[in-house]
Write a protein that binds this ligand. Structure first.
Ligand code: NAD
Ligand code: TDX
Length: 331
C-alpha cells in the first residue's frame, strides 16, 4: 500500500511512520510543513526506499490533491496541537486543523482514497474528578479551547463528508500520548528536560487535573488496526486506562530523578483548563480486538526519561525558546 501520512515529522506521526516501516510492507510519503513542532530529525534513519518527505502545507489544496491522487490511503495527523499556543494565537489552528482537513477531504472524495482522521478526546470537553462515566463514542461534543474546538470542527467535517459524499473515512479520538520525540512544550517532556537541567517541575494550578495517559506506540498500533479493519464511517476511541493526576505524574518523575516528591512549583493555571479526560475504549477492544502493550505507566515513563537523556541533540534546540514563552505567561 502507498500511505500518505500528514504531520509525519511530528511526535505521534513520526512514531507512526516508524511502526509502519517495522510492521508492514507499505511505502510512506510524509506531508509535513515542518512547523516549530516538526523536524526531519524525527524521521532520521528510516529507509529512503520506503519513506519520503514532502515539505508542504495540508491547507494547500493543489499540492494535497496531487499527492492524494498517488496514494491508496491517507492518515491525517498534521495539526496545530498545543492548547497553550491556541490561547495565545488561535489563527493557525483554524488554518491547519479546519482548512487543512477540508483540503484533504476534498481530495480523498475526488480520488476515492481511504482516509483515517486522527483526533483527540478533548473534543468531548472535560469530566468531574469523581464522575464514574468515561468518554465513549456517543458522548456529545463539548470542546473548551481554541485547539479542541478546531479538532471538533475537523471531526464534524469528516462525518459530513462520509454521510454526504460517501467518503471512505474512519475517525479515532485518543487520550494524552507520551513517549519519544514529543516536543518540549508538552507536559511530560517539559518536566523531564527541566529535571535534566536541574529545574523544578511546573504544575499548573493545584495539579489535580487528570489526564488518561497512553504510550504513543499503543496509540499507533490502534490506528494501524483501525486502518486495516475499522468499519467505514465509524469513530473509535483509543485509550489504555491510564488516568493520573498531573501531580502524580510529577511525583513519579521526581522519584525517577531521585528528588523529593514535593520538589516542584505551582505556576499560573491555564485559562479554561479542562479538569479530567477519561476514555472507555471498549468498542476498539471488543470490535477490533486491539489491546495496548504498555500497561505499566512507570516503566513507560522510565523508558521515556532514558530517551530524553540519550537524545539531548534532538530536544535541546527548542528548549530555551519554549521556556521563554512559558515565562512570559507566568508558567
Ligand atoms: P505535533 O505538534 O507534535 O506534530 C504536528 C505535526 O504536524 C508537525 O510535524 C508539524 O510540522 C505538522 N504540521 C502542522 N501544521 C501543518 C500544516 N499546515 N501542514 C502540514 N503539516 C503541518 O502533534 P502530535 O502531538 O504528534 O499530534 C498529532 C495528531 O494527534 C494531532 O492531530 C493531534 O490533534 C492528535 N492527538 C494528539 C494527542 C497528544 O497527546 N499529543 C492526543 C490525541 C490526539
Ligand atoms: O508545564 C506544564 N504544567 C502542567 O501542569 C504543562 C506544559 C502542562 N501542565 C498540565 C496541563 C494539562 O492538565 O499538564 C496537562 C497536560 O498538558 P499538555 O501536555 O499541554 O496536554 P493537554 O493540554 O492535556 O493536551 C494533550 O493531549 C490531548 C495534547 O497536547 C493534545 O494535542 C491532545 O489532543
Amino acid at each position: 500500500m502507498r500511505l500518505l501520512v500528514t504531520g509525519g515529522a511530528g511526535f505521534i506521526g513520526s512514531n507512526f511512520v516508524r511502526q509502519v516501516v517495522e510492521r508492514t510492507d507499505d511505502r510512506v510519503t510524509v506531508l509535513d510543513k515542518l512547523t516549530y513542532a516538526g523536524s526531519r530529525e524525527s524521521l532520521a534513519g528510516l529507509p529512503e526506499d520506503r519513506v519520503s518527505l514532502v515539505v508542504g502545507d495540508v491547507a494547500d489544496s493543489e499540492l494535497v490533491d496531487s499527492l492524494v491522487a498517488e496514494h491508496d490511503a491517507v492518515v491525517h495527523f498534521a495539526a496545530e496541537s498545543h492548547n497553550d499556543n491556541s490561547l495565545v494565537g488561535p489563527r493557525p489552528f483554524l488554518d491547519t486543523n479546519i482548512i487543512g482537513t477540508f483540503a484533504l477531504l476534498e481530495a480523498v472524495r475526488k480520488h476515492d482514497v481511504r482516509y483515517h482522521h486522527i483526533s483527540t478526546d478533548e473534543v468531548y470537553g472535560d469530566l468531574e474528578l469523581d464522575d464514574p462515566q468515561r468518554f465513549t463514542e456517543s458522548t456529545p461534543y463539548n470542546p473548551s479551547s481554541p485547539y479542541s474546538s478546531t479538532k471538533a470542527g475537523s471531526d464534524l467535517l469528516v462525518r459530513a463528508w462520509v454521510r454526504s459524499f460517501g467518503v471512505r473515512a474512519t475517525i479515532s479520538n485518543c487520550s494524552n500520548n507520551y513517549g519519544p520525540f514529543q516536543h518540549v512544550e508538552k507536559f511530560i517532556p517539559r518536566q523531564i528536560t527541566g529535571l535534566i537541567d536541574g529545574i523544578r517541575p511546573r504544575l499548573y494550578g493545584e495539579g489535580l487535573n487528570v489526564r488518561d495517559w497512553i504510550h504513543v506506540d499503543d496509540h499507533n498500533s490502534a490506528v494501524l488496526t483501525i486502518l486495516e479493519s475499522g468499519r467505514i464511517g465509524e469513530t473509535y476511541l483509543i485509550g489504555a486506562d491510564g488516568e493520573k493526576s498531573n501531580r502524580e505524574v510529577v511525583e513519579a518523575l521526581l522519584q525517577l530523578f531521585g528528588r523529593a516528591p514535593d520538589d516542584f512549583e505551582h505556576v499560573t493555571d491555564r485559562p479554561g483548563h479542562d479538569l479530567r479526560y477519561a476514555i472507555d475504549a471498549t468498542k476498539l477492544r471488543t470490535e477490533l480486538g486491539w489491546t495496548p502493550q504498555f500497561s505499566d505507566f512507570s516503566a513507560g515513563l522510565e523508558d521515556t526519561v532514558r530517551w530524553y537523556r540519550e537524545n539531548e541533540d534532538w530536544w535541546r534546540p527548542a528548549k530555551a525558546a519554549t521556556e521563554a514563552k512559558y515565562a512570559a505567561a507566568g508558567q
